[in-house]
Design a protein around this ligand. Structure first.
Ligand code: AMP
Length: 478
């Protein structure tokens, strides 16, 4: 027997040829121009093809779709007409993209049927596609649940479950739907989870629905250089008032302000609120309900400033954060780097502003050594108010008294706001994050339509029932 050294890409160290893929697939990859694996593919494909559960940190554009698509296709039996793989996605747009990529990668094999199941499209057509035999289903959790509940979709033959952009699905309140879907999959299936960030819910998903998952993390195109660090010298008496001056000068949409103690958090929030800022505090000892409320408002951009201690901010994962303010310098340089790394994510630029008094200079020195970078000092008198009027967040949170217990789903709320009954139909752009918690639902809407949207919710129906909604102001919280 001779070794086949002519397999496409055989001589490339990062080529696909080293993987357990069929010759037809390798040749298809070559035709597609996929010469080398992307870093996320190189890290995750050997694990996924070996049948192990996987948690992979990957952004859009990293080649993550092919990373899970090649794994699920490798296991597929085209001659068996049963749903053997399912990909859950947060949005219809992503589900469409994923479907296109899977079809592209599947064209090497026999007739593999990929069906997309998302809301906004009649169930009947989707049901017919399922009846014609689907090997792979790609869709959003809500619509997939609908098909399962009606018995149009069965999962006994499933051997791969993929959760794509799991963090976004959690953001959108899909935890329960994901859980219900996962429970209907055979226990011996393989589960692959892809996520750009790791909010708390990811661990919960892993614990409940994955078996000894392997983790891969590919160094994100690190953005430290995109974070602009500025230090300001303050005194004990000017420290807190300087925060407001920074906010009025830089006008960041979302700012995370770190204090070293809970007491300092409370004092700063009181001062900022009195000064007209939409600011909230996050510290230990908050009840879960209060914590949920605070986080929902900050994550959906209806609170400008979140004032937190390091401990309380653990697990907090906010994608768009224009600024971090170190109201107190931390004595631990590693903590400093962790704090400022929360801004400037995913290629966006970020601002890290640190307030240091004389007795902080030792800590600042340690930070300089740790980062191997000299601090850039700016003068307080550079801080002049810019822009027009008060700094207000772009969104407002409406709280609906009803949540998971009432079986409310994000799509129900979206439907209630985008229909044209009982008030204007709002566009998707005027509606932000929708987060369903156990007893209530938070929905972000553009500031300019908040009152009318709240009235529309109160006048209309969500999931066929009338609901009570109110505008949440920061002073309602905590
Ligand atoms: P994704 O992150 O899955 O959205 O993929 C981003 C883009 O990269 C898609 O257009 C893929 O077709 C493409 N792509 C995926 N893997 C590779 C590869 N190994 N080489 C070249 N392009 C790729």
């Amino acid at each position: 027997m001779t070794l086949n050294n002519t397999a496409p890409g055989a001589s490339r160290p990062n080529g696909f040829a080293a993987l357990a893929l069929s010759p037809a697939t390798l040749s298809n990859l070559q035709q597609l121009g996929y010469a080398d694996m992307t870093p996320i593919q190189a890290a995750s494909l050997p694990i996924a093809l070996a049948g192990q559960d996987l948690i992979a940190q990957a952004q859009t554009g990293s080649g993550k779709t092919a990373a899970f698509a090649l794994a699920l296709l490798a296991k597929l039996n085209p001659r068996w007409f049963a749903v053997q793989a399912m990909v859950l996605c947060p949005t219809r747009e992503l589900a469409d993209q994923v479907t296109v990529e899977i079809r592209r990668l599947a064209r090497a094999e026999e007739n593999i049927k990929v069906v997309t199941l998302c809301g906004g499209i009649a169930l009947r057509g989707q049901r017919a596609s399922l009846e014609n035999g689907a090997h792979v289903v790609v869709g959003t959790p809500g619509r997939i649940m609908d098909h399962l509940e009606r018995g149009y979709l069965t999962l006994e033959g499933l051997n791969t479950l993929v959760l794509d952009e799991a963090d976004r699905m959690l953001d959108m309140g899909f935890f329960d739907d994901i859980a219900k879907v996962a429970k209907q999959c055979p226990a011996n299936r393989q589960t692959l989870l892809f996520s750009a960030t790791y909010p708390e819910g990811i661990e919960k998903l892993a614990k409940q629905f994955m078996r000894d998952p392997q983790r891969v993390e590919v160094a994100a195109p690190k953005s430290e250089s995109l974070i602009e660090q500025r230090f300001y010298e303050v005194t004990r008496t000017t420290r807190l008032q300087t925060v407001g001056e920074l906010l009025r000068h830089f006008r960041p949409v979302s700012t995370l302000a770190f204090c070293n103690t809970k007491q300092q958090c409370k004092e700063l929030v009181t001062l900022l609120q009195a000064d007209g800022f939409q600011a909230l505090a996050l510290y230990g000892e908050l009840e879960q309900r209060e914590r949920d409320q605070v986080l929902a408002q900050f994550a959906n951009r209806s609170c400008s400033v979140l004032v937190a201690t390091d401990v309380a901010s653990r697990g907090l994962d906010i994608n768009q954060l224009e600024a971090v303010i170190n109201v107190d310098i931390t004595p631990d340089p590693e903590v400093h780097v962790h704090r400022i790394g929360r801004t400037g994510r995913a290629g966006a630029s970020g601002l890290a502003l640190s307030l240091a008094a004389m007795n902080d200079m030792g800590a600042v020195g340690k930070i300089e050594q740790y980062q191997n970078q000299a601090s850039v000092w700016h003068k307080l008198d550079e801080l002049t108010p810019t822009g027009k009027g008060a700094l207000l967040p772009p969104m407002v949170t409406l709280q609906i008294l009803g949540g998971r217990k009432e079986k409310i789903r994000p799509g129900d709320v979206l439907g209630a706001l985008t229909n044209d009954e009982g008030g204007p139909a709002y566009t998707r752009e005027q509606i932000g994050k929708i987060q369903v918690t156990e007893f209530c639902t938070f929905v972000a809407v553009s500031r300019d339509v908040a009152k009318a949207a709240c009235a529309k919710l109160n006048a209309g129906r969500v999931k066929g029932k009338s609901v009570r909604a109110r505008i949440l102001t920061v002073t309602d919280s905590v």
